[in-house]
Design a protein around this ligand. Structure first.
Ligand code: GCU
Length: 669
């Protein structure tokens, strides 16, 4: 059976003709009904019911209940809004597809759901010329040249996939934004996409270039306090809403990596954000203002966003939300959470996660990211005492913010299988699921995704007649793939790329392979790996403790003290916070050097284990996807050796110690 992976996790049968009872029609309800009519295979009808009683008002228009009613003769999906019915319909189909309605389970459904984040948004770093910044799955899905005249069927497929996992918003273009996106011509193209996404509940937002009033409007300045600048934005926003009445708002990268911004005019980030917030407010639009700022200065890069934004707390308008990358540097395989989470109490803040694997092996390496995102979301900031997790800081519950959002930088391109690596689809899925419910476990998400993606499509004719034995074996295999590949994959990448808190050892210009020795004359110090690893004859690591840059002081007590102490700092973050002697004794009893060798080597061995485990899937999974993953695992394993050998041989010049004899010799040794 040929299978290209284009169906994602939505591999429902399409030949059902089930009974679906609806009270009324709307574009969104019609989609819900049509999905169920096609794919619902159970012997009872489904009713979609709008009800505004107390229970459903509390769940909001995206929340829903699913219950077995009328003496187990009907399943009823109820919501106070159309969108909730659509989400409920997908939930029901997912339960069916993963075998969770079998036996008597169907008779006892009692589910109640409500999203944790109000805005669950993808950020596409797509350029108007079709390229994607840090994209590894082909070109942009948006064919700007053909829009609005030509509408690819993939636009709707994209909206459907998002709706099926609760993603309700999208930023179409790169944060390094071309002013052109706000031209009248492009707004028509954006409108065409917004019209397709609307019935699926996916709202459109745009990244803007802060200097647009100059580039598009011909003004001599983009100073946020200039009246003409404000008038230009006001007019532009009016124009946008006349074309897209439910437009979501702007995402802004300002005064970061060369982008223009309010600081160019001696103004603050708050003054820049508020200018836009004020003109968007009458339309209920919002501003997502990014805190990803750093400059080549004496100050530790990991401290800079905090230093710049924390003093602005309380200065932002209500419809501004500050978007903060999960870690203080830049989407490294492992970082501590950004200390800005919890530090800004009066300002709504949102996490920015990276789904595309810029620093995790692109679309060649398997790296299931739910464990990494959970690590961040579940981190306790202690901002209001114990239990002040990043999740609670950002879902609005800790400080009572009504604006609550979470962003994921998309890994989607126009590759037939959407994400390049067949297993990378799991990260798009996981982002949606965690944005909906941040306390889901990575294990559950992995298990769900594997079942939806690899269980054979049941259709009305074959349901129930597959040999039970095969099914049992397949279920066993999927559990194995989850436990032994997905769940271990991110940690394996950390092990073979940069364990124990090391970071940014990447080749300067591609972020794929290792280049810890890279030292380009005249280049920015904070773009050079040596800035981060600081290896020397005494040891390795960045001293961010009180004897060094004192970045540890940006964390709340007791984390601040914990990170600050060489003996109390978690070893997985040791070299992030400390410069540690090569002979330092680790918890395992090994020296730091030996531990580094063991950890790098463990990463390599784990990728080989992935290959062996995946090979067991051969008879269960279609050839195309089986071989695609098999080949990529081969690349990953080869790359892991490259990483280990490059890093160990380079650091060995400083440690002057041998690689423990029981470990594999580096190829170049
Ligand atoms: C990283 C990435 C850039 C991106 C930037 C950002 O530095 O390499 O391509 O533009 O993050 O998030 O703004």
């Amino acid at each position: 059976r040929a299978e290209d992976g284009s169906a994602l996790w939505l591999r429902y049968a399409t030949n059902g003709q089930s009974e679906v009872i609806v009270q009324r029609q709307s574009p969104t309800i019609n989609i819900a009904a049509s999905e169920l009519r096609k794919a619902w295979l159970m012997p009872v009808p489904v009713a979609l019911e709008i009800r505004s009683d107390k229970e459903h008002r509390a769940l909001g228009n995206e929340g829903y209940t699913i219950r077995t009613t009328i003496g187990a003769k009907q399943v009823t999906v109820t919501s106070s809004g159309d969108q909730g019915l659509l989400y409920g319909a997908y939930h029901l189909l997912q339960l069916q597809a993963t075998g969770q309605l079998e036996g008597t389970k169907l008779d006892r459904l009692d589910i109640s759901e409500k999203p944790d984040y109000k805005i669950r948004i993808l950020n596409h770093w797509d350029n108007l010329d079709g390229t994607i910044e840090r994209g590894y799955a082909g070109h942009s899905l948006w064919n700007w040249d053909e829009l609005p005249a030509v509408i690819s069927p993939r636009y709707e497929a994209y909206a459907r996939a998002n709706a099926s996992i609760g993603i309700n918003a999208t930023v179409l273009n790169n944060v390094n934004a071309s002013p052109e996106i706000l031209s009248a011509n492009y707004l028509q193209k954006v409108k065409a996409l917004a019209d397709i996404f609307r019935p699926y509940g996916v709202k459109v937002y745009l990244s803007i270039n802060f200097a647009s009033p100059m580039a598009l409007g011909g003004l001599p300045t983009a100073d946020p306090l200039n009246k003409e600048v404000a008038a230009w934005w006001k007019q532009k926003v009016k124009e946008i809403y006349s074309v897209i009445p439910d437009f979501g708002g702007f995402l802004v990268k300002a005064n970061s990596e060369g982008q223009p911004g309010p600081c160019d005019y001696g103004r603050t980030h708050a003054e820049g954000a508020n200018l836009l917030a004020d003109v968007l407010k009458p339309y209920q639009g919002i501003v997502m203002w990014r805190a990803f700022v750093y400059s080549p200065s004496d100050s530790d890069r990991a401290k800079q966003a905090y230093l710049e934004f924390e003093p602005l707390d309380g200065k932002f308008r209500e419809n501004v939300i500050v978007q903060i990358k999960n870690g203080p540097v830049d989407f490294q395989p492992r970082e501590p959470f950004s200390p800005l989470f919890g530090a800004m109490k009066k300002t709504a803040v949102m996490p920015e996660l990276q789904i595309t694997q810029e620093y995790l092996g692109f679309s060649n390496h398997v790296a299931f990211l739910a464990p990494m995102w959970k690590e961040c979301l579940d981190s306790d900031t202690y901002a209001q005492g114990e239990g002040s997790t990043v999740a609670r800081v950002t879902d609005g519950s800790l400080y009572g913010h009504s604006l609550a959002a979470i962003a994921g930088v998309s890994n989607i391109g126009n590759d037939v299988n959407w994400c390049g690596h067949p297993l990378a689809q799991a990260n798009w899925y996981a982002f949606g699921r965690l944005a909906w419910k941040h306390d889901l476990s990575a294990e559950q998400i992995g298990e769900e995704w594997l079942r939806l993606t690899f269980l054979p499509v049941a259709d009305a004719r074959t349901v129930g007649i597959e040999p039970a034995e095969d099914r049992e074996q397949l279920n066993w295999l999927l559990t194995l793939l989850n436990a032994e590949i997905l769940q271990k994959s991110r940690e394996a990448v950390v092990d073979y790329m940069m364990p124990l808190g090391l970071h940014h050892l990447f080749a300067w210009n591609h972020h794929y392979g290792p280049e810890p020795w890279c030292d380009i004359e005249g280049a920015r110090a904070d773009w050079m790996p040596a800035y981060y690893h600081r290896a020397d004859p005494n040891g390795i690591g960045f001293d961010r403790s009180s004897t060094g840059s004192n970045a540890t002081a940006q964390y709340h007590s007791p984390l601040c003290e914990q990170y600050d102490g060489l003996d109390t700092c978690p070893e997985k973050l040791l070299l992030w916070f400390h410069h540690v002697p090569w002979t330092h004794s680790m918890k395992s009893g090994r020296t730091l050097w030996d531990e580094l060798c063991y950890t790098y080597d463990r990463g390599v061995q784990t990728t080989r284990q992935f290959q062996k485990i995946w090979d067991r899937a051969e008879t269960f999974i279609d050839r195309q996807r089986f071989e695609d993953v098999q080949h990529r695992l081969r690349i990953q394993s080869r790359d892991a050796v490259w990483w280990r050998d490059a890093c160990l041989l380079y650091f060995q010049q400083f440690s002057k110690q041998a690689i423990p004899h029981e470990l594999e010799r580096p190829v170049h040794n």
